[in-house]
Design a protein. Structure first.
Length: 346
C-alpha cells in the first residue's frame, strides 16, 4: 500500500492580518512533524501544479471568483467575520484546489491507490458564491466535479469527518444524483446546519447523509457510526471514488470542537475507509485536509492517518479519551437509520 502526499508552499501565503486559528503555522507544524518522524521521506511526494482559474468555475461562478481575486489584493479584506483574504490568498486557493484535484486525478488514473492533499485554507464551508468559516473555495467540491465532468465518473462518495458540518459541500451536491455526501459533525455547532432530516432534493434525494453527533463522542462512538451507518451506505452505493474532507478538529485537544477523538481514532477511521474503498472501487481514496487548529494535535493526527494509509504502521497506542455513554451513540445510530430507511436498506 502506498499513499501519495501532495504539498505546495503557496498554501502558506494565506496569512491572517490579525491573530486567527487558520494560519500557515498549521501546515508548517504538520510538515515538521512528518519530517522529524522520517515519514516525509518514506512516502511518495509531489508538488502539484496550482489549479487554473477555469477549473474553479466547475463549482464557483466567475463573478464570485473575481470577488475573491480582488479581495486578495493588498491590503486585503474580510469576506465574512471569520474569513479573510490578503495578498497571497489567491495563490493559496489555487494551490489548494490544485492539490485536491491532483489527488483525485492520481487515484482515478491509477498512479496511486491513495493520495492525501495537505492544503489550506480549508474549503468545505464555501458555497458556490459565498465565503464563510475560513473557507473561500471549496476544493473538495472542485475535485469531485472534475472527477464527474472531466474524468467521467458516475458515482462519488464524499465523507466529511470535520467537527463542523460541511454546509458548502452539501449545497453544491444537494441535488446531484451522482454524489453521496456524508457528514459526521458535532450537533448544534458552527454553522448550525446538517440536521438528520437534510437528505437532498430532486435527483439527489437520499444522497445527502447527515450524522450530527452530541459533544463528547470519541473513538468508539465514531467507529460505531462508521460501521453501522457509513460503511453500509457505501456498500449499497458502490462508489467509483471516495473523497474525504479530512478535518481533524474533532480531536480532543482542538480549541474549536468538543469531541473526544484521538489520533488513533482518526487512524482507525482512515483504515476502515481504506479497506472499504478496496471493496468498492479498487482502493481509490483521496483525502483533502480541512480543519484542525491545535498545533500539536493536528500534526499527530495527520501523521497517524498517513501511516495507516501508507501501510507503514497501525493506529498508534494512545489512551482513549472518556466519551459519552455508548447508549447515546446507539440512539443516534437508530435515529439515522430511521431517516435513511426511506431511501436505503441498511
Amino acid at each position: 500500500m502506498s499513499c501519495l502526499v501532495l504539498y505546495h508552499p503557496d498554501c502558506l501565503r494565506h496569512v491572517p492580518p490579525r491573530p486567527h486559528p487558520e494560519k500557515p503555522e498549521r501546515l508548517v507544524a504538520v510538515r515538521e512533524r512528518l519530517e522529524r518522524g522520517e515519514l516525509w521521506d518514506q512516502v511518495p511526494r509531489e508538488e502539484p501544479a496550482p489549479a487554473e482559474p477555469e477549473l474553479l468555475e466547475l463549482v464557483h461562478p466567475r463573478t464570485y471568483l473575481d470577488q475573491v481575486r480582488r479581495a486578495s489584493r493588498d491590503p486585503g479584506m474580510w469576506l465574512d467575520p471569520d474569513t479573510y483574504a490578503v495578498e497571497g490568498t489567491w495563490a493559496a486557493v489555487l494551490a489548494a484546489a490544485g492539490g485536491a484535484t491532483h489527488a483525485v486525478d492520481a487515484v482515478v488514473r491509477g498512479q496511486t491507490p491513495c493520495a492525501f492533499a495537505l492544503v489550506r485554507p480549508p474549503g468545505h464551508h464555501a458555497g458556490p458564491a459565498r465565503a464563510m468559516g475560513f473557507c473561500l473555495v471549496n476544493h473538495v467540491a472542485v475535485a469531485v466535479r472534475h472527477a464527474r465532468e472531466r474524468l467521467g465518473l458516475k458515482r462519488v462518495m464524499v465523507v466529511d469527518w470535520d467537527v463542523h458540518h460541511g454546509n458548502g459541500t452539501q449545497e453544491v451536491f444537494y441535488r446531484d444524483g451522482g454524489v453521496l455526501f456524508a457528514s459526521l459533525h458535532q450537533e448544534g455547532w458552527y454553522p448550525g446546519t446538517g440536521a438528520l432530516e437534510e437528505t437532498g432534493e430532486g435527483d439527489g434525494e437520499g444522497l445527502t447523509v447527515n450524522l450530527p453527533l452530541p459533544p463528547g463522542v470519541g473513538d468508539e462512538g465514531y467507529r460505531t457510526v462508521f460501521e453501522e451507518v457509513l460503511l453500509p451506505l457505501g456498500d449499497a452505493w458502490h462508489p467509483e471514488l471516495v473523497v474525504v474532507s479530512a478535518g481533524f478538529d474533532a480531536h480532543h485537544t482542538d480549541p474549536l470542537g468538543r469531541m473526544q477523538l484521538t489520533e488513533a481514532g482518526f487512524a482507525r477511521l482512515a483504515l476502515l475507509l481504506r479497506e472499504a474503498a478496496g471493496r468498492w472501487c479498487g482502493g481509490r481514496l483521496a483525502l483533502v485536509l480541512e480543519g484542525g487548529y491545535d498545533l500539536q494535535g493536528l500534526p499527530r493526527c495527520v501523521e497517524a492517518t498517513l501511516q495507516v494509509l501508507a501501510g507503514l504502521a497501525g493506529p498508534p497506542s494512545v489512551a482513549a479519551q472518556p466519551e459519552v455513554p455508548y447508549a447515546v451513540v446507539r440512539e443516534r445510530v437508530r435515529a439515522a437509520r430511521r431517516v435513511l430507511g426511506q431511501y436505503w436498506s441498511l
